[in-house]
Design a protein around this ligand. Sequence first.
Ligand code: ADP
Ligand code: MG
Length: 372
Amino acid sequence: MKGESHMAEVAYIDASRIFPGTPPVHAVDELNLEIADGEFLVLVGPSGSGKSTALRMVAGLEDTDRGSIHIGGGDVTSVSPKSRDIAMVFQSYALYPHMTVAENMGFALKLRRMSRSAIREKVERAAEMLDLGPHLDRKPRELSGGQRQRVAMGRAIVRDPSVFLMDEPLSNLDAKLRVETRANIASLQRQLGTTTLYVTHDQVEAMTMGHRVAVLADGKLQQVDTPRELYERPVNSFVAGFIGSPAMNLRTAPLTAEGALLDGSPIPLPRTALSAASAHGLDEVTLGLRPESLNLNTSEQEGVALTVELVEELGADALVHAKPESAGSAERLVIRTDGRRPPALGERISVTARDPEELHLFDPRTGSRLSR
Ligand code: ADP
Ligand code: MG
């Protein structure tokens, strides 16, 4: 459906947006990020991390105070929003209530003075892709939430832009519909091959949709990688704790000759990790253990002794929340275990690390990853 084959990579080069105030807010702080032609890149981060501002900088709806924005190799930093050849889909679909679905979808083309028959053809083609064919003559109020969301997508598609910009377009849908729709958007994007920058605060959405995912915190890019790399090799403890559900267990752990002490019990570490820590002059590390990297033992002899405080049965898996028995340590560890044989509440268990290679070590002073 793509018209001319316009290359449309997007690049932020040292791009900053600073809102005036005392102190000024560095909403986007020296961002360097490239989205390849045809790529689906997801920008994820907590609320207030600068995602919408970054997206709006590409659209031209927000100034770029320092650095530059490039689309298709050209510097568009001072190009008006209208001339940037992008289409945006927002959280609020902002459909015109008095117009039909077809009129809503074709409105931008009408403004461009495209002929009625050409508009009709484009709208019908998009409606077919979006399963909206039978609804073209309805008004938005006659549609379900999911259908309205698709009209908003359709409005972007008919414009045949170089770049799609989407800001939390699924947040008004219920959980089940959100899962369905994210699969539909991902497959639509594959079909169209249009470069897409997609913003969400939901890391599961990010991981399931993005070719690559860029993690933002406080306006600063933390890491941009494939979902797998982000999960397996987070560059710092922020990304480690943000990506993954349930979250990685992160603890400050003193180092001994045997490894890291987790609530008083030694967790063996790979030698490379130990030497990386000592090269940094550390006597403690931030130790990261994913819930599935912990083994539940029946014997209380080895590992970290814990008392079960909560069991969440998910069916195939169960999540065990357990509190260390050693005094002074308040934080629960979360362990993913076989859903068929979960321990009982109050039961005393012990856990060991499944594989030293699955441990994550960070510098407690900077949060940076220590080894590998
Ligand atoms: P996100 O989309 O990740 O939730 P935003 O990009 O909306 O984050 O906001 C990033 C930061 O910039 C926040 O601290 C927010 O309060 C601030 N901010 C956003 N827009 C403005 C504005 N127009 N004026 C002042 N501060 C703003
Ligand atoms: Mg936002």
